[in-house]
Design a protein around this ligand. Structure first.
Ligand code: GLC
Length: 639
């Protein structure tokens, strides 16, 4: 790629985040289209009436980001509502596109960044910083796809998972024993629903201690891993960063002795609390710590595990010891007073300030290989370096194996080490739509291996929501049903319409040759896995406002039904296409539809796929596991 498509401007004294892999010479003068105000710590650009803004990866709201305030500040945020400003990730790449010309920007800064995209003033885009120290990359290209490609060359190739990771995965917080997991396996097997992975949540651990396995719940763990693998199922545990403070726990003691935990200004290790109770946070921004933590995956690799999900790595803090002491003091004072209504609100606010408190992120420091940096200044890099620690360890410990790895929190650059899931969503129709709208933005940012908790993590799902979500999930690279403890059970065998679910998951397996080839291509060529329509149909203004149809690769468009009780939906076709209405991989009808608007029926068990002119959709015969698919013997639906 010609580097003249990318210009780099340096403001202040930026820290190397590791996001960028390409050398770009520094430009001087004013960056194209932007004015910088150092005193106000702002960048500004005007938005024309026609301007759309694409990007920002994993965040709230629609495909066109104009009209809201977004904050890069990785947050343990289970309320994925449109009134929020941050979710788990910070992806500071976006494109401003007025329909004729477009320009991309990547703001490489590891701390807090605010994107006011027509929120304060609808015609202004303002980027605000706490610290005006960052690298700004201005990326040009004649169309958004080209800008994306150029950006992705800048930040390096996306993570490529093993092919079995494209299978279906069942997860739930609450599988406590090996027998619970065997039951899940058996129920799927009885019904013949394909399944490649069962995820293990925190209950597999001994007292939630990282890199341990509870020997009562999981006796002979390596044998259990073998037993499951012999049945075609891989176990995928989660790994949390906090190390339980417990004398005699080898990992805790080793980290303590070597000084590997994040420290407060007085040199004491920060004490925070997460699932294990009180923990220390490994200082992943330090290369020795990354190596140490990563080497600990060996116990799992030796047991035969081949996949992991890194969780709680914003990092989430339920409370810090210091802040909790302040809260108790404050509450004691309030207890002595006769509370008026404002005193009562103060009391409520004090209690509400306990978890993920911004002050806590200013209480500890990292040792960036010799340079001491306060956590909040590099907050968004914590997850990147935890995931990097694992990824680099896998290269050392299992160089011949592809390991599945994805993370909850992320920042640009982490896309080279693993994928993401979009955290604790809820069983809501609006969260299915959010999943649809987030996917292309994740693709833009290089997070190709991505997906949401299908069916919703929090709250009680319903059979129809689950079915519609599976109908979209069959197209997302990560295809995992996950839910929280205490919610309604949502394994597919819990529902009445088991055959419909079986047909849908089988359809996913039939689509795996197509899905994996689009994925590999996108990863190799720095393309997007899922695109908004506008990215391919730039001549057609109608496509700009289509927020719930996506292109998957270059051959198909999908139009998921995402509304309760709907038995069809409006679909806009930017050109003539062949509709394939799937009920299963071998039960479908087709119809050629003209360019324009159509109301298209889609009963609860029906999936709408549109093949573009001159393209084809290959289908494999489904199998119970990805590795049993015959990828060479494909049926093809052509248009
Ligand atoms: C967090 C994760 C969720 C997991 C839970 C328990 O909320 O996001 O996926 O189930 O922790 O480990």
């Amino acid at each position: 790629m010609a580097v003249e498509n990318i210009k780099k401007y340096v403001f202040g004294n930026p820290l190397n985040t590791g996001a960028v892999v390409m050398e770009v010479a520094q430009s001087s003068g004013n960056p194209e289209g932007l004015s910088a105000d150092q005193a106000a710590k702002e960048l500004k650009t005007e938005l024309s009436k026609e301007a759309f803004v694409y990007g920002l990866g994993e965040t709230i709201r629609g495909i066109n980001k104009r009209g809201w305030l977004y904050r890069s500040n990785n947050a343990d945020e289970p309320h994925h509502e449109e009134g929020k400003n941050s979710l788990y990730a910070s992806h500071n790449f976006f494109i401003v596109d007025d329909g004729n010309s477009c320009i991309g920007y990547f703001i490489d800064h590891p701390g807090f960044v605010e994107f006011d995209i027509g929120y304060t003033d609808k015609d202004l885009f303002t980027v605000r910083f706490n610290d005006f120290d960052f690298d700004l990359y201005v990326i040009s290209g004649k169309e958004p796809k080209e800008i994306v490609k150029n950006f992705r060359e800048l930040v390096g190739k996306s993570y490529m998972p093993p092919v079995w990771a494209f299978g279906y995965g069942q997860s739930r917080w609450g599988y406590k024993t090996a027998d619970d997991i065997r039951t899940v396996r058996d129920r799927y097997k009885e019904l013949g629903i394909p399944l490649d992975m069962i995820y293990m949540d925190i209950d597999y651990m001994q007292d939630f201690k990282v890199f341990t396995i509870n020997p009562e719940r999981f006796p002979d763990f390596p044998d259990f891993v073998k037993e499951m693998k012999a049945e075609g199922i891989r176990l995928v545990p989660n790994v949390d960063p906090g190390v339980k403070i417990e004398d005699g726990y080898d990992i805790y003691e080793e980290g303590k002795e070597k000084g590997y935990y994040c420290k407060k200004v007085d040199g004491q290790d920060l004490v925070a609390a997460v699932w294990p109770g009180k923990v220390h946070f490994p200082d992943f921004l330090n290369s020795d710590v990354r190596k140490w933590f990563g080497d600990n995956y060996k116990v799992f690799l030796d047991a035969g595990l081949e996949g992991f999900w890194n969780d709680m790595n914003e990092p989430a803090i339920f409370y810090s010891e210091d802040h909790l002491a302040e809260v108790f003091e404050h509450v004691k004072e309030l207890e002595k007073k006769e509370l008026d209504i404002w005193g009562f609100f103060e009391f409520k606010d004090v209690l509400g300030s306990i978890d993920n408190n911004p002050e806590d992120y200013r209480r500890f420091y990292h040792d960036l290989d010799g340079r001491k940096v306060r956590h909040d200044k590099v907050h968004n890099l914590y997850s990147v370096n935890m995931t990097r620690s694992a990824s680099e360890a896998f290269k050392r410990l299992a160089p011949d194996k592809k390991i599945l790895l994805f993370s909850r929190a992320s920042y640009t650059g982490m896309h080279r080490y693993g994928g993401v899931w979009t955290g604790d969503n809820m069983a809501r129709w609006s969260h299915l739509l959010l999943n649809i709208q987030m996917m292309p933005a994740l693709s833009m940012n290089g997070f190709l291996f991505a997906g949401a908790d299908i069916g919703g993590f929090g709250g009680n799902t319903t059979e129809d929501l689950m079915m519609r979500w599976v109908e979209f999930g069959i197209f997302t690279p990560l295809f995992r049903n996950h839910s929280a403890i205490g919610t309604r059970d949502q394994e597919l065998y819990r529902f009445n319409r088991k055959d419909d679910f079986k047909n849908l998951v089988e359809l996913r397996y039939a689509l795996i040759p197509y899905i994996t080839s689009v994925f590999m291509n996108a990863a190799e060529k720095n393309d997007m896995y899922m695109k908004p329509l506008w990215f391919d149909y730039r001549g057609d203004d109608r496509c700009r406002e289509v927020e719930d149809q996506l292109l998957v690769g270059d051959s198909i468009m999908i139009a998921p039904v995402h509304e309760q009780n709907a038995t069809g939906r409006y679909v806009y076709l930017p050109e003539e296409m062949k509709l394939v209405r799937f009920r299963s991989y071998d039960d479908y009808d087709t119809e050629v539809l003209s360019k324009g608007d159509h109301y298209i029926k889609a009963e609860l068990n029906e999936v709408l796929v549109f093949i573009r002119p001159g393209r084809e959709l290959p289908l494999a015969t489904p199998a119970r596991h990805v590795e049993d698919l015959d990828m060479n013997n494909l049926k093809v639906i052509k248009f």
